[in-house]
Design a binder for this molecule. Sequence first.
Ligand SMILES: Cc1cc2nc3c(=O)[nH]c(=O)nc-3n(C[C@H](O)[C@H](O)[C@H](O)COP(=O)(O)OP(=O)(O)OC[C@H]3O[C@@H](n4cnc5c(N)ncnc54)[C@H](O)[C@@H]3O)c2cc1C
Length: 473
Amino acid sequence: MIDYAVVGSGIGGSTIAAYLQAKGFKTVLFEKEPYLGGCSSTFKRHGYKYNTGATTLVGYEEGHPVKQMFDAVGFTPTLIQTDPAITVIQNGKTTPRYQNLDLFLEALQANYPHAQHNTFWHMVYEINQSFYKVQGYYYSNRSILKNILSLLSYLPLALKFRKCLYTNALQFISGIYKDLDDEYLKFLEAQVLIVAQAPLKEINFLTAALALGYTFNKTYYVPGGFSRLFDGLTASIEMMKRSTPVEKIIKQDDHYLVCTSKEVYSTRNVILNTTMFNSDTLFENPQIKGYYQSYEKLNNHQSSFMLYMTIKSNADFAHHYQLIQDNTYPYTLSNALFVSFSDKDDNELAPKGHYSVTVSIHTDTRYWENNETYKMQKESLKNELIKSVCDILDIKKEQIVDQFAATPKTFARYINRAQLGGNPITMKNFLPKLPSNDTPIEGLYHVGDTVYAAQGWPGVMIGVQNLIKVMHV
Ligand SMILES: Cc1cc2nc3c(=O)[nH]c(=O)nc-3n(C[C@H](O)[C@H](O)[C@H](O)COP(=O)(O)OP(=O)(O)OC[C@H]3O[C@@H](n4cnc5c(N)ncnc54)[C@H](O)[C@@H]3O)c2cc1C
């Protein structure tokens, strides 16, 4: 009998499987694809390598969840610190998001002069410095009593951040700046959207401050591509099942049967790294199906449209750019592109003299449902993004040696999910409305960006730490 069967090797699944294995539990990790990491993986196409989605690693520093979990499983990654974390370009103005607050403020003041910048950004900086120092809270959905007790554990956090926790971010920022101009608001909105996955009008100021200030933490580039992290994280897992989709899970009295096309595994516990929005399809048990279906109301259908390119160039590019335009691109939800380049010396990710480029923009899964127009939409948006990236970053079309696009449908085909970016923590979707890492069903757990705590490396890792607390392992 297996102790823990983990379904999916995203950030959440790989980390919890490695942790349980290190603790001596008999653990199996199933991954549908040959490569590990889901949204944070690296894949090969036409002979070139690309990071699928995630390209920045934040939170590998003392006292932060990513470092704490890597240390807990005995994994030390090879990383390159990247500073500025992002180079923001808007209307020809370049604003590097330096880790150092004063350096960043100098660049900001030159491009968007305002007397309130000092007050505002010092506040954002302080919130980011103090947030990770508050510890001891956890979140459980196991029963009503456990849920209430867990909510009480947030009191110190709620008291410390009470001023920004219950205040709408847009109102809070407008209150400080008074005369917020449209260009600067777009600058703020674009940066909030890539981290918080929601606009300022929907979130509280604490979430906005953490999103705006994440570049004040150390940001890393992963040489060789993000899949390197997963190879390292999972190295000690003995029962590693790549290219093995789990097709069905059957609940028995005191254990589960996990079925793949070839074998059936008996396990005491199941940890799903699939999304909350499609996990019901794995079960026939009505209680479990109903549990997952009750969260479908949180599905915001948000997703990503991706452009992948390999370019031949000797120019020097930063690792990450955010290109902010005036208007929203067609079939998308945004006016901003996030563009990541491989390191010039990273010849494992791109051949010498080349860059591997990943470009992403927010979209809605429902924009891609019309089979008759799908191909045309994909081609026209891809060409529009190529044009923007080439124009703004001065790349010639002839320098592009490979290019293709991916839509929410592509993500669904490869990693079983069309909704991307997880559950944003908004004023409406807040604890206790969010699903936790435990469930009311004995032996069934969940991890990943559609459950507590949030998306991205730090968000999913806080969820893994919470899972460890509620499983008492
Ligand atoms: C375009 C984009 C850019 C991003 N950029 C960043 C960034 O720069 N920095 C950052 O920190 N975060 C970033 N994120 C967010 C981050 O990548 C995700 O929040 C995170 O990777 C999600 O991890 P997860 O644990 O939820 O697992 P997922 O990534 O959802 O992985 C789940 C895994 O489960 C597998 N699976 C599904 N069904 C089955 C099944 N039945 N059987 C077996 N396996 C199955 C899938 O194949 C997949 O590998 C980005 C996301 C996107 C989409």
